[in-house]
Write a protein that binds this ligand. Sequence first.
Ligand code: GMT
Length: 390
Amino acid sequence: MNIGMVCYASVGGSGVVATELAHALSQRGHDVFLISSDPPFRWRDGVPGLTFERVDVPSYPLFREPQYLLALTNTIVRVAEARRLDIVHAHYAVPHATAAYLSREMLAAMPDTPTPSTVTTLHGTDITLTGSDPSYARVVGFSIERSDVVTAVSQSLKADTIDTLGIRHDITVIPNFLDCDSYRRRVNPDLRARMCPPDRCDAVVLHVSNFRAVKRVHAALDVFRRIRRHVRARFVLVGTGPVRAHIERTAKEYGLAADVVFAGEQADPIAWLSMADLFLLPSAQESFGLAALEAMACEVPVVSSNVGGLPEIVIDGVTGFACPPDAIDEMAERGVALLTDPALRDRITRAAVDMVRTRYCTSRIVPMYEAEYEAVRQSRARRSGDQGLR
Ligand code: GMT
């Protein structure tokens, strides 16, 4: 099939999922055109069957507001016309589902171009935060309803979509995934020694995020502060974003500057995950928690909050520990237990790795998207056949 994949380029799970899906589909023989304002974070050049199509948003002195929705719609129409797209797959509803809808309407009016089917994948804050904001909710809800296929990355997000926007469209849950061959623990001893010099440090506690308020990085720091009272641990934070400066100041105020490392954005997540002993994700909201899944695949036990879709992967006491978001003491207690009790740590990491490998590998999940594409393509072909007969 010819597939247009629309996503944000910024660091974030939806861009990662869209990019990895694009790579996997191209490996399975499809022609995929990734439509975004920049090559996304996980983009790899030179992959046969995979082409990057840039969205240019010109700035004119007349407009104070960048016209992203128009530029994106225009780009989708241009790519669909040139590449005869079968599918336009929008990741993150705001405003990508709307751009997909508008472009399909335009293409339907163009007699010599096939009309693609639209697929919208809901990722999280496009429903729970931005999508349900009264400034956007009606157009977001409308665009989701008009998508040919709607998928959500967890059962929890499906329920939130129905509750917050009243969506009636069928929503298929297709969870996030990772490449199980690449996501294995591969310790880089130099990196480990740099982050945790053996004479001063016994364990690495890790947090990876885009440092937005919803990730509650301050709570992760508070959990680490309590863990530090019992274990000679270092806290490594990978990523960057709006709350980073505040967290750096707080770490200094706590007298923890020597034990807290801000590593910034890192291109090789596996190397960083593989040198860690514990992963903290105390988010206020998390529709799936791809970062937690990646940690589990690399044998890093996870202590997270129990919000949104997190308990679907961090099964409390089985594949990790999922605590109420404000239960800082409980999270610290669980963290200390995992760092000091090897039998507990082994049991949890083994169950987590088994779960990832049986349920969340690319090879299991990507065919679910292909099945949706195929079903919707066939139903569109049937509908246009019926119209031709009339
Ligand atoms: O909402 C965000 O943080 C952005 C979004 C993204 O684009 O990265 O993250 C969401 O999508 C990810 C991929 O499906 C999920 O793993 C994250 O849990 C989800 N974030 C939230 O729900 C806060």
